[in-house]
Design a protein around this ligand. Structure first.
Ligand code: NDP
Length: 327
């Protein structure tokens, strides 16, 4: 077998033009890893942060944080019931590649009903959304929840999950088409925030009797942070979990005292530091999928050679749901 494979590598930080599909050495799994022949890689916003340098990487660097495929080799110390031939979804670095050596910490066997294409769309956004509504803030029946970028990959899942948990869901999007999609996924009300936030503040006040929402789930970051603090209720919670519009600047904590606001900045990777934590969250997530309670909308499957287009589309707000690359 050839010792060279192809992968999307960057050798400097920058815009999508730095993404290059090039020959690289085939990875050798460590004793506690498995080698996966990657079928599809999931595209996530974090890939763009790592590419641009917002989250700096040691270079050169193979992009991608999740994928799906078939196990072709199992390290002698790999934990868990994994064998050659298993169809799996995984989270781990360097997934935009024909082969990836991955830890079993965040590796899941795919049930027959879930295709490899769907498998690459499941874990990172699905676990992020589920950890937000079950761990960061336990969404309860009757809560008012505001979800920014409600038609995005994480956003559509949050809409479905919050609805499932009995919440009243308000979403924000930048277009009518996206608003319709968010509604079809469980948002009760959707406000277009592309021309400012006055309409959003007025709508939240109208719907909640001027109290504000119980929780804001904010993956947009810099541009929405202020309005998130504005529309949350007294004793409410604001969770900032992403930087789609840029990183939130440093915050003066005195701003929270105005309403005794709980402010969190979460990352999925602090909710799944052990196999047990991963199993607990992922089995609930896969259970919801198996019961047909959660749909993963795939925006488009891009050939790996079109990776630049995929990043441009995601950063250009042209997409809804999940983007997937076919290796
Ligand atoms: P999305 O599919 O949600 O895409 C981002 C969306 O953000 C866009 O479609 C757009 O929706 C909205 N947006 C608002 N302003 C901008 C802007 N200036 N530039 C680009 N987009 C903008 O992406 P993902 O589902 O992959 O991720 C959503 C967020 O969740 C990201 O911030 C990501 O980093 C975060 N995330 C965090 C994780 C964690 O562990 N903390 C893990 C996974 C994701 P619209 O056009 O409707 O405004």
């Amino acid at each position: 077998m050839s010792s060279t494979i192809h992968a999307v590598q960057i050798s400097k930080h920058g815009d999508s033009s730095v993404l290059a599909y090039v020959p690289v050495p085939k990875p050798t799994p460590k004793p506690d890893q498995v080698l996966v022949k990657v079928a599809y890689a999931g595209v996530n916003f974090i890939d763009t942060y790592q590419r641009s340098g917002l989250y700096p990487q040691t270079l050169p660097f193979i992009v991608g944080r999740e994928g799906s495929g078939e196990i072709v080799e199992v390290g002698p110390e790999a934990k868990g019931d994994f064998k050659v031939g298993d169809r799996v979804a995984f989270m781990g670095p360097s997934s935009y590649a024909e082969y990836d050596a991955v830890s079993t910490l965040s590796l899941a066997k795919l049930p027959d009903a879930i295709s490899l294409e769907q498998g690459a769309a499941l874990l990172l956004q699905g676990l992020t959304a589920w950890s937000l509504v079950r761990q960061a803030y336990k969404v309860e029946k009757g809560d008012w929840v505001l979800i920014h970028a409600a038609a995005g990959g994480v956003g559509l899942l949050l809409c479905q999950m919050c609805k499932l948990l009995g919440a009243n869901v308000i979403g924000t999007t930048s277009s009518e088409a996206k608003a319709q999609l968010a509604k079809a996924n469980g948002a009760d009300y959707v406000v277009d925030y592309s021309n400012g936030y006055d309409e959003l503040v007025a709508k939240v006040n109208e719907l909640t009797g001027n109290k504000g929402v119980h929780v804001v789930l904010d993956g947009v970051g810099a541009s929405t942070f202020d309005v998130s603090l504005k529309v949350v209720r007294r004793l409410g919670t604001v969770i900032s979990f992403g930087n789609a519009s840029g990183a939130v600047p440093p915050v003066n904590i005195m701003r929270l005292a105005e309403k005794n606001i709980r402010l969190m900045r979460t990352t999925l990777f602090q909710y799944i530091t052990t196999r047990e934590e991963f199993d607990a969250l992922s089995s609930e997530l896969l259970g919801l999928v198996a019961e047909g309670k959660l749909q993963f909308a795939i925006h488009k499957v891009y050939p790996i050679q079109d990776v630049k287009q995929a990043h441009d589309d995601l950063e250009g707000r042209k997409t809804t749901g999940k983007l997937v690359l076919k290796l």
